[in-house]
Design a protein around this ligand. Structure first.
Ligand SMILES: Cc1cc2nc3c(=O)[nH]c(=O)nc-3n(C[C@H](O)[C@H](O)[C@H](O)COP(=O)(O)O)c2cc1C
Length: 368
């Protein structure tokens, strides 16, 4: 049903307009008590065997919404209503900014992919912190807060910009993510080099501890799939050295591999980050490499091209404790997370593993 609707309605609309329209419906539904209870009962069924503990947090399951969908923390309950077990809001920057000029989001439908160069359009850390502080929680869900650099801030001021966001947002975050991997802010991905990343992560850690002295807010870093393998290893080693809580692998890619079906070369040539199905293989590879390096010392979050329960299961076997998705939600619609949960529970039941935690990294351990 959703696929027909997508073809007849959303596909004919500008992708960003379609996003805002769908987003508005989700937010509206989440405001009506009877409706949201009904929708959640249908779309967010609870499977006790999927209960997950990660980053010191309890979740209904391992599957969450990746950053970028709810940049301003306006639809957390709506997304929880649709069955996402955690919602990562952001990227939020120190200061508000409009992002890049439109058009900046493109659908590559035959390849089940997206290209975006949104450029961190968001309300800024002060406004988002105020929104989170005022939030009246409807559905208990884990809220991750993803932070990035304000575009006009030069690289020399990057750490201060992240620190500002961390101080404002850490009190409202179940976990905090330092995003150094979006391709749409010039120079941002250079912060992945360990000489830049070490002081940045140290400063953000200190800022979070200053802002929240009573609780250790878990800190993660989100990396690009375009890192060379030895740079992935370097980030893994740094994470262990700094006692980082987690690594999110991966963001979108600037590569254009894995695209075979989209016939319009003008679309493929759009600058920005590619997400969805073509990203699957590299994201899985990066995750596997990270797990081989850090094992259970750092929590890994698998994201990039996850389309169904089998993809999510493969990420868990490759070392992910949590998995996230974004692009497939656009193509699969509101029943997507329900299908992922159902399929994950079925796979766990027929697997040799008693719990989901036992399955984490099983493939990598086996080949080691
Ligand atoms: C339109 C769009 C906007 C995004 N914005 C952000 C963002 O602000 N911060 C971030 O860390 N990742 C952002 N991402 C990347 C996703 O969180 C995710 O890492 C990536 O899309 C790969 O997952 P997927 O293949 O399931 O979409 C964005 C992705 C898309 C498609």
């Amino acid at each position: 049903m959703y696929k027909t609707f997508f073809t007849l309605v959303f596909r004919r609309m500008d992708p960003e307009r379609a996003h805002h329209l769908a987003f508005r419906w989700i937010r509206l539904a989440a405001r009506v008590p009877v409706l949201r209870t009904f929708v959640a009962a249908v779309l967010a069924p609870r499977y006790p065997e999927l209960r997950t503990e990660a980053l010191g947090l309890r979740m209904h399951g391992p599957f969450g919404l990746a950053a970028g969908f709810d940049k301003n923390a306006v639809a957390i309950d709506g997304m929880a209503m649709l069955g996402f077990d955690h919602v990562e809001i952001g990227t939020v920057t120190g200061e508000p900014q409009p992002g890049n000029p439109r058009k900046r989001l493109f659908r590559l439908v035959p390849d089940r992919a997206l290209i975006n160069r949104m450029g961190f359009n968001n309300d800024g850390s002060a406004a988002v912190a105020a929104r989170l502080a005022a939030r009246e929680e409807v559905f208990r869900t884990v809220v991750g807060v993803n932070i990035g650099k304000t575009k006009v801030v030069p690289e020399a001021g990057a750490a201060a910009d992240y620190v500002k966001s961390a101080e404002r947002l850490a009190p409202h975050a179940d976990y905090l993510v330092v995003n150094v991997s979006s391709p749409n802010t010039p120079g941002l991905r250079d912060l992945q080099a360990t000489e830049a990343l070490r002081p940045l992560l140290t400063a953000v850690r200190e800022a979070a501890d200053r802002a929240v002295p009573t609780r250790r807010v878990p800190l993660l870093v989100k990396i690009a799939p375009d890192l060379a393998d030895e740079d992935v290893d370097a980030v893994a080693d740094l994470a262990v050295e700094l006692g980082l809580d987690g690594i999110i692998a991966t963001n979108t890619t600037i590569a254009r591999e894995g695209l075979g079906l989209t016939s319009d070369p003008a679309l493929v040539a759009e600058t920005g980050g590619l997400s969805g199905a073509p990203l699957k293989a590299r994201s899985l590879e990066v995750l596997r490499r990270l797990y081989a390096r850090v094992g259970d010392r750092v929590t890994l979050v698998g994201v990039g091209g996850i389309e169904n329960a089998e993809d999510a299961w493969q990420r868990i076997l490759a070392g992910a404790t949590l998995v996230q998705g974004y692009s497939a939600f656009i193509y699969e619609g509101p029943f997507w997370s329900r299908a992922v949960h159902k399929g994950l529970a079925a796979r766990l039941r027929t697997s040799p593993y008693a719990t989901l935690a036992d399955a984490v990294g099983a493939d990598v351990k086996e080949t080691a």
